[in-house]
Write a protein that binds this ligand. Structure first.
Ligand code: MBD
Ligand code: FE
Length: 310
């Protein structure tokens, strides 16, 4: 079992921070964290001071993925494992950890060149998360949700997360992302009882680094109400409501600025690592999840095309 306990935080560069403010406040119903400014928006889902940080930028980019370990001892074990595998990392300086409000962290790149931060001791904000519509998120020790990334090197990416970081594989299956596209196999991986905190999708071209992120809420009504607000505020629905066969989650997907999706769901499955999980799933959903109205994801476009669109 690896030392990674949860998907802790995400830092995302965006070319459209204003639109992101609307999305975060009026659609997703996320709380605002302290310390933001004109160019930076910290978002809260729970007692953590910041779960998602958006930064105004020239280019859409997944700036950092924060994977959480228990403490400095666990981080030391990760350092030793990385060294053993010949994988380079760097300790963040005191100023750097202060800036991102964690006690300790290392940074490294995964096989796709995605910046990771493995950290412990994220700062808490004990004030109540204040959201417009009183949405409650399912987080805490389960982490902020799940992240799906595109990869040009499927085997190396899965090998790194499984064999080096110790993620548990929790099934894979083909998933047609858009009409006319060949089915792609997504590998799901877990680090805690949440069925998956991470998944890897083969993509012919590395784009901005996100296929989707998933945020889980406490009640079905919160999903349905967010879906109404999505349309009301002019965001695209990438997939209709449906229930997944692997994590049993009822969710819909909406298109975020930057050309990737946010899955907003409820009733996700919690698993015990000792429990046998059927892995050979042949459909992604029991019902729903109609993607026929979705625009192509930025990460599935050829690089020139995604550059031309920017
Ligand atoms: C998921 O969370 C998901 O995003 C897809 C595509 C399939 C199963 C579970
Ligand atoms: Fe998902």
């Amino acid at each position: 079992m690896g030392d990674i306990r949860a998907l802790g935080y995400l830092r995302i560069d965006t070319t459209d921070l204003d639109r992101w403010r609307t999305l975060a406040h009026d659609v997703l119903d996320l709380g605002v964290g302290a310390g933001g400014n004109d160019d930076t928006l910290h978002l809260r889902l729970d007692e953590r001071a910041r779960r998602i940080t958006l930064r105004r930028a020239e280019k859409d980019n997944l700036a950092a993925v924060g994977w959480e370990v228990r403490d400095e001892i666990a981080l030391d074990r990760v350092r030793a494992t990385l060294t053993e595998h010949g994988i380079a990392y760097r300790d963040l300086t005191h100023d750097e950890t202060q800036a991102i409000k964690v006690d300790g962290a290392i940074t490294l790149e995964d096989p796709c060149g995605q910046r990771l931060e493995i950290f412990h001791g994220a700062e808490l904000d004990h004030s109540k998360v204040s959201t417009k519509y009183r949405t409650e998120f399912v987080t805490d020790e389960l982490g902020l949700g799940h992240l799906v990334v595109p990869t040009t090197d499927y085997d190396a990416t899965i090998g790194f997360y499984r064999d080096v970081l110790g993620f548990h594989t929790r099934g894979a299956f083909p998933f047609p992302f858009a009409p006319g596209m060949p089915p792609l196999r997504i590998q799901f991986m877990g680090v805690n009882p949440r069925h998956h905190s991470f998944a890897v999708m083969p993509a012919p071209h590395m784009g901005p680094g996100i296929v989707h992120i998933m945020l889980e809420v406490a009640e079905m009504d919160m999903v349905a109400q967010a879906m109404e607000r999505t349309t009301e505020h002019g965001f695209g629905i990438s997939s209709t409501l449906g229930r997944h066969t692997n994590d049993k989650m009822v969710s819909y997907y909406l298109r975020a600025p930057g050309g990737w999706d946010i899955e907003y769901g409820y009733d996700g499955l919690m698993v015990d690592e000792n429990q046998y999980l059927p892995q050979n799933i042949t459909a992604d959903s029991y019902w729903g999840h109609d993607w026929s109205g979705s625009e192509p994801l930025a990460c599935t476009l050829p690089l020139e095309e995604s550059a031309a669109e920017a």
